[in-house]
Design a protein. Structure first.
Length: 134
């Protein structure tokens, strides 16, 4: 597993902003102020909570397993200790739930979108990525 720490920052980085709208179950990603993507998400279901606030990624991993739930979390961008933006667990039928609250608190997106977000995060550096959740 390759993990990039918060100190990683490339020389020619752009500002990446991911805005997660919990009510709309949607994430909008812009790079240097230009919207690049709008994706459906699953945030916390009724049994959990997704923390609101402004965050910067702490680390990334192409493949990760939750230390709390044991679930697979492909293309992880961790932003608050136990919380991350990540793809769906391939052993479960989670993709059909995108657009609806269903996670244990993380921001879950499709693997295709999670891979793209991970690439943008790594290309621009953790300090240049902002995740806003409200």
């Amino acid at each position: 597993m390759t993990i990039l720490a918060a100190s990683y920052c490339p020389a020619h980085a752009a500002a990446v902003i991911a805005r997660v709208d919990i009510k709309a179950q949607q994430m909008r990603v812009s790079i240097d102020g230009v919207e690049q993507a709008v994706w459906p998400v699953s945030t916390a279901g009724a049994h959990a909570r997704t923390p609101h606030g402004t965050f910067h990624p702490q680390w990334t991993a192409k493949q990760h397993r939750s230390s709390i739930y044991g679930d697979l979390m492909p293309y992880t961008v961790n932003y608050d200790g136990a919380y991350a933006v990540h793809g769906v667990d391939p052993t479960k039928d989670e993709e059909r739930l995108l657009g609806h609250p269903a996670s244990n608190g993380c921001v879950r997106i499709s693997d295709e979108h999670a891979k793209q977000f991970l690439e943008w995060t790594r290309a621009n550096g953790l300090k240049n990525v902002t995740i806003i959740i409200n």
